[in-house]
Write a protein that binds this ligand. Structure first.
Ligand SMILES: Nc1nc2c(ncn2[C@@H]2O[C@H](COP(=O)(O)OP(=O)(O)OP(=O)(O)O)[C@@H](O)[C@H]2O)c(=O)[nH]1
Ligand SMILES: [Mg+2]
Length: 242
């Protein structure tokens, strides 16, 4: 076990991921056996939470945070991050449960986390990319990235990705109780708040594989929320509240 692994918790939010949870669990610990895993489940109707409990009973490295209903991806991450800070972890890795993010990138992220506050798994740097995406999904992703780079002045190539490693020190500088995005726009909000907090960030290439199992929870409402969140963040920065 590498020593840095003992300091790391991987936060995986789940909603109806029963077809993926066992596989992602296996892959995470194959790549990073010394880490801990926190599954944040929002009372998934398909029983993902019960399956996660079964995994946690057999493996002491795993814990499950149950919430009463679908409260959104962003608030699930905030809950996971608060737990990580309370428990004294030094690194927090955020990743999806649907096998879109390959856990084999975790060791490289942890290596870089020794020098950077934020390591971003990026689809839009050299050698990064995506597999199995529809043209529509690609256009939505590219357009939303250009939009937040333009409005918020972000210089990262991938501003909306969810595979990241945060140093706990950085999360302490960001007041997590002020994060307001319940859903997918959380990704841009946390990136913006991290940059405003002076984070030293780096991007590493990842290949994002579109989910094979389960359903996407990304919908039109989430896209509208994304648009508004970016404008609200711009405004908050102008009045010095971020
Ligand atoms: N706890 C919790 N997890 C959620 C919620 N919404 C999404 N998730 C999880 O967050 C991760 C990302 O959600 P996805 O639906 O895969 O989002 P996406 O990757 O943008 O879209 P697709 O891959 O096309 O489905 C997955 O692990 C989901 O199960 C939620 O409201 N609560
Ligand atoms: Mg996904």
């Amino acid at each position: 076990m590498k020593s840095h692994n003992r300091k790391t918790i991987i936060v995986v939010p789940t909603y109806n991921e029963k077809g993926n949870i066992q596989t992602i669990y296996g892959k995470i610990f194959k790549a990073a056996g010394g880490c801990h895993l926190l599954i944040v489940d929002d009372n998934s109707p398909d029983g993902t939470g019960r399956m996660a409990d079964g995994i946690a009973r057999k493996d002491k490295r795993v814990a499950v945070l149950h919430r009463h209903g679908k409260l959104g991806l962003g608030s699930a991450y905030v809950a996971g991050m608060k737990h990580a800070l309370e428990q004294g972890y030094q690194n927090v890795i955020a990743m999806d449960a649907d096998l879109s993010h390959d856990p084999s990138n975790i060791p490289k992220m942890l290596e870089l986390a020794r020098h950077y506050d934020l390591v971003i798994g990026s689809r839009y740097v050299k050698d990064g990319g995506m597999v199995n995406w529809t043209a529509r999904r690609f256009i939505i992703s590219r357009a939303s990235n250009l939009y937040c780079q333009w409005v918020l002045g972000l210089t990262q190539d991938d501003c909306s990705g969810g595979f990241k490693c945060y140093r706990a020190d950085l999360l302490r500088k960001i007041d997590l109780s002020k994060v307001f995005s319940p859903g997918y726009s959380f990704q841009v909000e946390i990136l913006f708040r991290a940059v405003r907090a002076g984070a030293k960030a780096v991007e590493i290439p990842i290949i994002f594989v579109n989910r094979h199992v389960g359903e996407s929870k990304l919908n039109l409402k989430e896209l509208w929320e994304f648009g508004w969140t970016v404008l609200k963040l711009r405004w908050l920065a102008w009045i010095g509240k971020v």
